[in-house]
Design a protein around this ligand. Structure first.
Ligand SMILES: C[S@@+](CC[C@H](N)C(=O)[O-])C[C@H]1O[C@@H](n2cnc3c(N)ncnc32)[C@H](O)[C@@H]1O
Length: 315
């Protein structure tokens, strides 16, 4: 392990050699992912420097997918299948897979014939994705920051992000950007670690994360200490209902979620307001523009759902 690697790990690697870098939230305030206030990156260096996150992913890119499969006990494949079903890609659609990494999910969207753009801000992950999936003409890799996307308004039918939002330093800004680039009536699908609601299972899961994962990580990764950060970032990431509230606040409608693997992962879905809704909303909100959406935006409704609002769950 190089000194540089050591530094980047300490600042934010949360899944070690093949895992996720990312800010953790709300340290010292509350550990309840539903009641904790909005994100305050507590590993300050990482929060201020997304390039460290990007750099860490550059380093882990070659072995990222394999170790994910080992550490998730193969469940990552099931989560990707569920995500692909939720995205429901079709020929003729244009799909943005954000924080796509090496394109592990993007490739299954592309099988439908849809035009898929796999965007990530880690050049190393993008390079690995391009190398692996060079022969797929309808899959394009683009280097892009989720909080400042290099795409026009309303370019995509569906925007999706898998195990990426938790790693974005400003996730709410990313949610607003995702809405900006989605067509009115288009869809959002987020696959992300979450919080098992059943206390008994939640206890078992904590035991796995705290006791088993570090041992397995040591066996399969040369960067085992970084797995502490995976555990930490998952613990501090908002639970299902709070993430739903964030999505609504960003302007998405029809927000719903479904638990996978008893809530270890949650699949959130939402719809971009239709053109009629967004026109009415942009008129109503013309005195309070959302700077994150830029001058041409009119897609975010002015109504903000309260944090406590219940979230429909899908079964
Ligand atoms: C845990 S990986 C997930 C990769 C892939 N989506 C998957 O399911 O395997 C998280 C990815 O988020 C990317 N990422 C983190 N912050 C980002 C940002 N602000 N903009 C774009 N990508 C970002 C990282 O570079 C990394 O590739």
């Amino acid at each position: 392990m190089t000194a540089g690697r050591e530094r980047s790990t300490k600042r934010g690697a949360d899944a070690g050699e093949e895992g996720s870098a990312g800010p953790a939230y709300n340290e010292g305030v509350s550990n309840d992912p539903n009641t904790a206030p909005d994100p305050v990156p507590h590993r300050a260096d990482l929060g201020k420097d997304p390039s460290r996150v990007s750099g860490m992913f550059d380093e882990v890119a070659p072995h990222y997918d394999r170790t994910n499969t080992v550490l998730s006990l193969g469940n990552d494949q099931l989560w990707r299948i569920a995500t692909t079903r939720a995205v429901a890609p079709r020929l003729g659609q244009r799909i943005l897979d954000l924080a796509a990494g090496t394109g592990a999910s993007s490739v299954s969207f592309a099988r439908s014939g849809a035009e898929v753009v796999a965007a990530d801000f880690s050049p190393g992950m993008i390079a690995e994705g391009k190398r692996r999936h060079a022969g797929i003409p309808n899959l394009t890799f683009v280097e892009a920051d989720a909080t400042n996307l290099p795409f026009d308004d309303a370019e995509f039918d569906t925007v999706t992000i898998s195990f990426g939002l938790r790693n974005v330093v400003e996730p709410k800004k990313a949610l607003a950007e995702m809405l900006r680039v989605t067509k009115p009536g288009g869809r959002l699908v987020i696959c992300e670690f979450s919080h098992p609601p059943a206390p008994l299972f939640a206890g078992l899961y904590r035991f796995y994360n705290n006791r088993v994962l570090p041992v397995v990580a040591k066996a399969v990764s040369s960067n085992a200490p970084a797995y502490d950060y995976l555990n930490e970032s998952i613990q501090h990431w908002p639970a299902q209902s709070k993430l739903s509230a964030w999505i609504r606040e960003a302007g998405w409608t029809d927000v719903a979620h479904r638990d996978l693997s008893f809530g270890i992962v949650a699949l959130h879905r939402a719809t971009a307001p239709s053109a009629a809704t967004s026109t009415a909303a942009s008129t109503a909100s013309s005195t309070t523009p959302n700077p994150a959406h830029g001058a041409t935006q009119g897609t975010a409704p002015s109504t903000k759902a309260p944090e406590a609002e219940s979230t429909p769950t899908e079964r």
